[in-house]
Write a protein of this length. Structure first.
Length: 497
């Protein structure tokens, strides 16, 4: 019975492994593979990670229009396999604060730049855990609340709604612009509210300061009640046209609404986040035809703000949801007018700019969201594969063939040198040296292993070596005896390579 050692001794490698040109393949293949790897590595630097499966949108108070919008957005996101969480807030002002607080610049680095002593990691971690605001990816923010100087890391995805500013005053006299407010009690919204900042901006543009009148820090229903009871002479409101308090004010006998038709265009040019809108005749109540004539209003533009580094696919998903939600005809907008690329407080993101110019990406028009995103990322790899890897792969066989022929043809230089030397008169020592050199060449060539495709060239080389050896033997015999030896007939007549 044979042992394992005997079995191993009997083992012989396959013939193709003996003739396979490992060195040549490594010489040719390794640089090509290295070039391919470098190409893919460079392409990988431009591949964005997969979009997140969960996105947080800051909305507004319970029952507000912002929450209604978010619910419609949520359905669009779910259809595309992304979970949209609506975060209730106090309003647009708080939404902006949540986005602004998530600045990408670490507080430790900012403190270090100002020469302050860095906060220990343990203290910073505990403080962040206790006081860190909830994470928000995007939010509904009314124009005029912030600007790019305060939050350079935020971008706008476009205007999605117009919120009309309703200005009601008591009295019989009607005004086609802001009435004189000196010495009057005016409800301009609560302190810190987004509407109050917008109202003060509007009043300052009109040359009126809060010192000129008595500011009442109330808004909404409280402001309407103060106006109806005579506690306020004017009130600024931001409400939906369907709000009940608007109908109550319209039908009040001693309350009138300010019409901005005379200088609305001037206000819009002076304050970019405002938009001129028109309340049509009968827009509040059609049966009673209220109002009895069209009224020009100033409206704040509500935009979607997001972090500049929000995944491009998620930005596109927000824009598609906004198109489906706000694209219909509204009280103050035509069909397809919203969302709009109105630039005022923050720059429009690059993705939003492409969306408004060309619509959704080509792949997302015909493929599901996840598949379109996957294909979009795969294109970053396929482009170098087609532009660089494919040409490299095409030159690999010719390069390999050249390498194999080089192993054979390099010996022809030696043979030609020896044959040229045989044409002159040789001494016995030179004849012996050339014979030893030809024997060395023969041994080296016999050690060559080539694939079957190049075997004919190898055998042809051996015949040529044999030819030169016989020629040398003839010269040696002639020098020694004076007789001429017959050269064998050369079989390899076909010397095509």
């Amino acid at each position: 019975m044979f042992s394992l050692v005997d079995q191993v001794k009997k083992f012989r490698p396959l013939a193709w492994t003996q003739t396979f040109p490992w060195r040549e393949w490594l010489f040719v293949g390794v640089p090509v593979l290295l070039a391919i790897f470098v190409c893919f590595w460079i392409a990988a630097q431009f591949i964005k990670p997969a979009p997140p499966k969960r996105v947080v949108l800051a909305t507004g108070p319970d029952g507000s229009a912002y929450q209604v919008f978010a619910e419609r957005y949520r359905k669009v996101f779910e259809q595309n396999g992304v979970k949209l969480e609506a975060l209730p807030t106090k309003g647009a002002r708080e939404n902006y604060k949540l986005l602004r607080s998530a600045s990408p610049e670490p507080k430790e680095d900012h403190a270090a730049q100002n020469g302050a002593r860095p906060v220990p990691a343990t203290i910073a971690a505990s403080t962040a855990t206790e006081e860190a605001p909830p994470h928000v990816d995007a939010a509904f923010v009314r124009g005029g609340i912030g600007d790019v100087e305060e939050a350079p890391h935020l971008v706008s995805l476009g205007t999605v709604a117009y919120e009309a500013l309703w200005v009601f005053c008591r009295g019989d006299h009607r005004f086609d612009d802001l009435p004189p407010l000196h010495g009057k009690a005016v409800a301009i919204g609560g302190k810190g509210a987004g509407m109050r900042r917008m109202v003060t901006t509007l009043l300052k543009a009109n040359g009126t300061d809060e010192k000129d009148f008595t500011a009442l820090d109330i808004g909404g229903v409280q402001a309407a009640e103060a106006l109806l009871t005579g506690k306020a002479q004017c009130a600024f409101l931001l409400e939906s046209p369907e709000a009940g308090i608007l109908k109550a004010l319209f039908f009040a006998p001693d309350v009138y609404m300010v019409d901005f038709r005379r200088r609305a265009d001037a206000y819009v040019k002076k304050i970019p986040f405002l938009q001129k809108v028109v309340l049509p005749e009968g827009g509040i109540d059609l049966p009673s035809n209220m109002p009895i004539a069209p009224i020009t209003l100033l409206a704040a533009q509500t935009q979607i703000l997001a972090h500049a580094d929000l995944h491009p696919a998620i930005q596109m998903l927000f824009l598609q949801a906004a198109k489906a939600t706000h694209g219909e005809v509204g009280m103050f907008n035509r069909e397809g007018e919203l969302p709009a690329a109105n630039k005022f407080d923050f720059p429009i993101s690059d993705q939003a700019t492409r969306f408004f110019e060309r619509g959704p990406p080509f792949l997302q028009r015909y493929l599901p969201f996840w598949l379109a995103n996957l294909a979009d990322r795969a294109l970053v790899v396929l482009i170098p594969a087609l532009a660089i890897v494919f040409p490299l792969a095409r030159i690999l066989p010719p390069l390999y063939a050249w390498s194999m022929r080089r192993r054979i043809f390099r010996w022809y230089g030696e043979l030609m040198y020896i044959e040229n030397e045989l044409r002159r008169q040789l001494t016995k020592g030179e004849t012996r040296d050339f014979g030893e050199r030809l024997d060395w060449i023969e041994r080296e060539v016999n050690e060559l292993h080539t694939p079957v495709a190049f075997a004919n060239q190898l055998y042809l080389l051996r015949q040529h070596i044999d030819f030169v050896q016989h020629k040398l033997e003839q010269i040696a015999l002639t020098t020694t005896t004076g007789k001429h030896a017959m050269l064998p007939e050369f079989v390899g007549k076909d010397t095509e390579r």
